[in-house]
Ligand binder design. Structure first.
Ligand SMILES: NC(=O)c1ccc[n+]([C@@H]2O[C@H](COP(=O)([O-])OP(=O)(O)OC[C@H]3O[C@@H](n4cnc5c(N)ncnc54)[C@H](OP(=O)(O)O)[C@@H]3O)[C@@H](O)[C@H]2O)c1
Length: 338
């Protein structure tokens, strides 16, 4: 099969091209899935560079040679009843090795694609149940509240914006530069897009008539700025540190006290492992919003074939992407509309 094989860590993953390797044979408790779509993300760049925590020699599992990629959708090839799945079922999920024509996974690494959804949509949205959970379960956003999202163009941020809008909130989306902000104003259903430069915090305060925002969903690591924009009794959810380059910020605790602010960290994967029932409810709620069309993927560019993965990684590294890149790896017969 064709696959993006990392035979050694590389500083520039955009040069990676597919090579031919043996199609994997599933162990007894695994499924073979033919991949129809995969979705490159920033973590894939770090994996290929050897800079991700998953490359840690003590606790990690990503060491060359390995097949790159994480989020995918595909079709089960194995005759099985494991995980309530059968041969021919369309599935989506996440596992190292997704930039390939086939992958072997444990049944609990995938979910069935609902009939209403296409494999492309499922693949684009597979990594963002965290966004749904952070808005609905963690921040508990309600209709009429004002929600600010950092890294709003990103995979997580864009879905945070969509979920908050679906709940009836007013959404302020933060962007890195004016070119991206223009695209976001055109393509995203949000109330205000601000570029984080000059006096952007004044823009937030003007928009909220001096009150500040009720909720900040922070994907980039900007708690100090979030506190400046926050209303009294406001909530900040820490989701990620995309802008911090590994250097964490110091936060003055008196700023939290002065605004009676709530600061919550949220680690989706570990939360799901500790609270499987809650995870199931999150997925049910998230997929329900997708099935009714309240959440639709924002797809960036057109990418066909594993040959285009390098181009996708380049666009991600250059911060050109808004929404999600989905690479079409193979055709799938489906009648799904969304
Ligand atoms: N809490 C959890 O359970 C969980 C789960 C998955 C991921 N995460 C983390 O959440 C964060 C967002 O993930 P994502 O998948 O949405 O990432 P993404 O698609 O790469 O988006 C990140 C956004 O952050 C902004 N950004 C600002 N400075 C950046 C920089 N120096 N490099 C790259 N992007 C920068 C970018 O927007 P502009 O260019 O417009 O600034 C970009 O759109 C990451 O830190 C990720 O590790 C957390």
């Amino acid at each position: 099969m064709k696959a993006i094989l990392v035979s050694e860590f590389t500083p520039n993953p955009s040069i990676l091209r597919p090579s031919f390797i043996p199609t994997p044979t599933p162990q007894a408790d695994h499924l073979l899935v033919r991949i129809t779509h995969c979705s490159p993300q920033h973590a894939d760049i770090l994996h290929a560079q050897g800079k991700h925590q998953n490359n840690n020699t003590k606790r990690g599992w990503c060491f060359p040679p390995f097949v790159l990629g994480y989020d995918f959708a595909g079709v089960v090839q194995t005759n099985t009843t494991k995980g309530g799945l059968k041969k021919g079922d369309r599935v989506f999920g996440a596992a190292i090795g997704a930039f390939a024509e086939f992958i072997c996974v444990r049944p609990d690494a995938v979910r069935k694609v609902p009939d209403e959804l296409s494999n492309e949509t499922a693949c684009a949205m597979s990594g963002q149940a965290v966004s749904y959970a952070s808005v609905v379960n963690i921040a508990k956003v309600t209709s009429g509240e004002t929600v600010m999202v950092s890294g709003a163009s990103g995979g997580l941020g864009s879905v945070c914006c969509m979920v908050a809008k679906a709940l009836g909130a007013r959404v302020v989306a933060l962007a890195g530069d004016e070119e991206k902000a223009e695209a976001m104003r055109r393509d995203m259903d949000v109330d205000l897009v601000l570029v984080m430069q000059d006096d952007w915090i004044k823009g937030v305060m003007d928009f909220t008539t001096g009150e500040g925002v009720d909720v900040v969903l922070d994907n980039t690591g900007m708690v100090n700025d979030a506190l400046r924009c926050l209303a009294y009794f406001g909530r900040i959810v820490i989701l990620g540190f995309a802008a911090r380059k590994g250097v964490m910020e110091d936060v003055k605790m008196n700023k939290l006290l002065l605004k009676s602010a709530t600061l919550i960290g949220y680690r989706f994967g570990e939360s799901g492992r500790r609270e499987p029932d809650s995870l199931q409810r999150i997925w049910t709620g998230y997929l329900a919003m997708m099935k009714t069309g309240q959440l639709k993927p924002m797809l960036y560019g057109e990418y066909r074939g594993l040959e285009s993965v390098g181009r996708a990684l380049k666009a991600l590294a250059e911060r050109k992407v808004y929404g999600k890149i989905v690479v079409k790896v193979a055709d799938v017969h489906e009648v799904a509309k969304l």
